[in-house]
Design a protein around this ligand. Structure first.
Ligand code: GRF
Length: 202
């Protein structure tokens, strides 16, 4: 007759990352709450030098390293598919994953891959969005969590948050303020989508 919590189903979620891993860590921390509807049994990186590797290890999460110098995109993807199957993964979060996924991969995970981008999409897609914002002298930017489709930073938006640009902002100060918001909205977005998947399954 254990507590209700023991029966809570969770969506097995993998994270793909390439670098610092701060968004990955914010997701890992959120999933530690017993009521959070997703868990993270494995993370995958394409960069053997990614600082995020140590972060994941600190949380005792297995890290699969498919280094970009050893595995081309198609090898990365076929090896990832095996890992995802092994861990019974149902959903993928991209968190600073600096490699474009093939159409084939994206279609095989349709509506099951989400990404975070540091701009108020559809504004400022692609690389260095914070610099784009400073150069444009825009008055606000933000961050967005969206579904991944075959185009870059393009799929349906799940959650987004605005961040005001201050007159004395530089790329660094602006990026730091956006990142704080990223760490808040990414776990919220994962929760929302995981709950929706659980709903469909029941
Ligand atoms: C974040 O700004 C994220 O929005 C973008 O890449 C950066 C990754 O940072 N896609 P981190 O590795 O999560 O710290």
């Amino acid at each position: 007759w254990g507590t209700l919590h023991n029966n809570l189903k969770k969506i097995n979620t993998a994270i793909f990352f390439s670098g610092r891993g701060s968004n990955m860590e914010s997701l890992i921390k959120a999933t530690k709450n017993q009521n959070f509807p997703a868990s993270i049994p494995v993370v995958i990186t394409n960069n053997k030098s990614a600082p995020g590797i140590q972060l994941a290890k600190n949380h005792f999460i297995p890290v699969e390293i498919l280094d970009k110098n050893k595995f081309n995109r198609s090898e990365f993807e076929s090896n990832s598919q095996k890992i995802l199957l092994d861990y019974k993964i149902e959903m993928i979060c991209l968190a600073g994953f600096m490699q474009i996924l093939s159409k084939k991969f994206v279609y095989s995970w349709q509506n099951r891959i989400i990404n975070i981008h540091p701009s108020y999409l559809p504004k400022n897609k692609g690389l260095y969005p914070q610099k784009q914002v400073i150069d444009e002298k825009a008055s606000y930017t933000g961050c967005s969590v969206h579904f991944v489709n075959e185009k870059i930073d393009d799929g349906k938006i799940i959650l987004q948050e605005k961040v005001k640009v201050m007159h004395n902002d530089n790329v660094q100060t602006l990026s730091d303020r956006i990142l704080e918001k990223e760490h808040i909205i990414y776990p919220r977005a994962l929760k929302k989508i995981a709950l929706e998947i659980l709903e469909i399954k029941n």
